[in-house]
Design a protein around this ligand. Structure first.
Ligand SMILES: Cc1cc2nc3c(=O)[nH]c(=O)nc-3n(C[C@H](O)[C@H](O)[C@H](O)COP(=O)(O)OP(=O)(O)OC[C@H]3O[C@@H](n4cnc5c(N)ncnc54)[C@H](O)[C@@H]3O)c2cc1C
Length: 439
């Protein structure tokens, strides 16, 4: 322990190595709700806070030499437990790598260090007439590196795609200490897409230190609509009609009202004013033809204003969690029925059951009784297994973490062996987030 602290201090400086018990407790958890106090996370040996790619490279080289498990960490907002140092070792806290390195207005891209917080990036871009377009609930706190590593999905993904879609190139330190930097072009036809290895890898294949990301013009207009329908089926089918018309909304939610008497469809459009107006006009005629009733736009604006606040609302009712399952569009209505039944027998308080941003996504935000976490985990297993049986995924955005490594075979079949082979070759000593992704 003494030795590792000394060696790390030699790389990042004494002030940037944490090893006191109270510091280690803070890094033993992320937002995984099963580790909510008093349940324990897993304490690392030490935390190192590098400021440069070179420091990251030196730490990884050291860890590889002494076979020390390494867990990269952004802001620790992941609620699958993927930033928990499950095998102890050293946590690499990347939040000192928080520089916006360049903004290229002609090419419409931005180069950042991995620890940049999304909100800081967005505010800087807004001041220059651009937007990043990635807006998860954790927007005020999550880092670019954490979002790439979980392939996170945000409120504006209907128009701008998920975090992976925004990546143009990456600088990554591999588990062997080699630094890889991909080319700054939006497309190449020269072999494997190396960026994609690190998107959604949950830190198992290396540490992302820099990223070149797409940016977009700041929209001149943003419009919100909210409609009420008699049933989820009617609402969902109306949303599919909007998509079939070729309209591109920025954001959508199809969600039952609190009293379960109606289903709301919330939509947001943004972009050039005339185009937004035309899209709103077409949506309105589709929804009205399908029997929807338009509600006050202020209700829709409220949805938008509260979008980063969902966990604080949910935490008032117990321990908050979000199950982010997705199934093929053809199975959504069947899964919806299952979900409704599941809620009745699972002792959870539903705080939002519906489809968010992409039509395959169908999950639930909820609160559960923290003193009965085992029962909740068993119920969660039943639900995600049903999504798998219907041909879906256990997670459309938050990731595997400590929740679902045992389900990776069921979800991916022999594709899991491809992932395992890649992991073995790239991380021969299994130092990066060992056990992560069920590898
Ligand atoms: C209130 C709230 C709302 C949320 N809303 C959403 C949402 O709308 N959509 C969504 O997708 N998620 C959401 N999340 C989950 C979480 O914010 C995302 O998973 C986010 O991507 C994590 O970013 P982070 O910086 O906190 O990463 P961390 O939690 O620190 O790490 C996440 C994973 O990435 C790895 N990692 C971190 N940085 C690097 C790096 N530089 N190189 C390699 N690996 C790295 C870690 O090892 C870990 O496996 C929400 C969480 C909260 C608490």
């Amino acid at each position: 322990m003494e030795d590792i602290v000394k060696l790390l201090a030699g790389i990042v400086g004494r002030d940037n190595v944490l090893h006191e018990p109270y510091d280690l407790i803070a890094y033993s958890r992320d937002r995984y709700p099963i580790f909510t106090h008093p349940r324990q996370g897993v304490k690392p040996l030490a935390v190192a806070r590098p400021a440069t790619t070179d420091e990251v490279r030196e730490i990884i080289t050291l860890a590889n030499k002494y076979r020390i498990p390494l867990t990269p960490r952004g802001s620790g907002t992941n609620y699958a437990g993927s930033a928990v140092p499950a095998k102890g070792g050293v946590v690499l806290d990347l939040t000192r790598m928080n520089k916006i390195l360049s903004i290229n207005e002609d090419a419409m891209n931005v180069k950042v260090q991995a620890g940049v917080i999304l909100q800081n990036l967005e505010e800087t871009l807004n001041s220059k007439g651009f937007t990043f377009g990635h807006d998860p609930g954790s927007f005020p706190t999550a880092t670019v590196g954490g979002c790439i590593s979980t392939r996170s999905l945000g409120w504006r993904a209907g128009k701008y795609g998920d975090m992976g879609d925004l990546v143009l190139s990456l600088k990554v330190v591999l588990p062997t200490g080699v630094v890889v930097e991909t080319r700054e072009v939006s497309k190449s036809s020269t072999g494997f897409d190396v960026n994609s290895l690190f998107i959604g890898a949950e830190g198992t294949l290396g540490v992302i230190t820099e990223a070149l990301l797409r940016i977009h013009p700041l929209p001149e207009e943003r419009a919100f609509l909210i409609y009420s329908f008699n049933s989820f089926e009617q609402a969902y089918k109306s949303l599919l009609k909007v998509l079939r018309k070729g309209l591109t909304f920025t954001s959508s939610i199809v969600e039952d009202s609190e009293d379960e008497q109606e289903t709301m469809v919330f939509l947001c459009y943004e972009g050039v004013k005339e185009i937004v107006n035309v899209q709103v006009k077409h949506t309105t005629s589709i929804f009205e033809a399908e029997g929807g009733t338009r509600l006050d736009d202020k209700v829709a604006e409220e949805y938008w204003m509260n979008r980063h606040d969902m966990f604080s609302q949910m935490n008032k009712e117990g321990v908050a969690d979000s199950i982010d399952t997705a199934v093929p569009v053809s199975k959504v209505l069947e899964f919806y029925k299952f979900l409704k039944e599941w809620v009745k027998r699972s002792n959870v308080k539903p705080m939002g059951l519906g489809s968010w941003v992409l039509p395959e996504n169908l999950g639930i935000d909820l609160a559960f009784d923290g003193t009965k976490a085992e029962a909740y985990v068993a119920a969660r297993e039943e639900l995600v297994n049903k999504a798998l049986e219907l041909g879906g995924t256990v997670s459309y955005c938050v990731g595997v973490g400590l929740r679902f490594p045992h389900l990776m075979r069921k979800e991916h079949g022999s594709a899991l062996d491809v992932m395992k082979m890649i992991k073995r070759v790239m991380d021969p000593n299994n130092i990066m987030n060992p056990g992560g992704l069920g590898l």
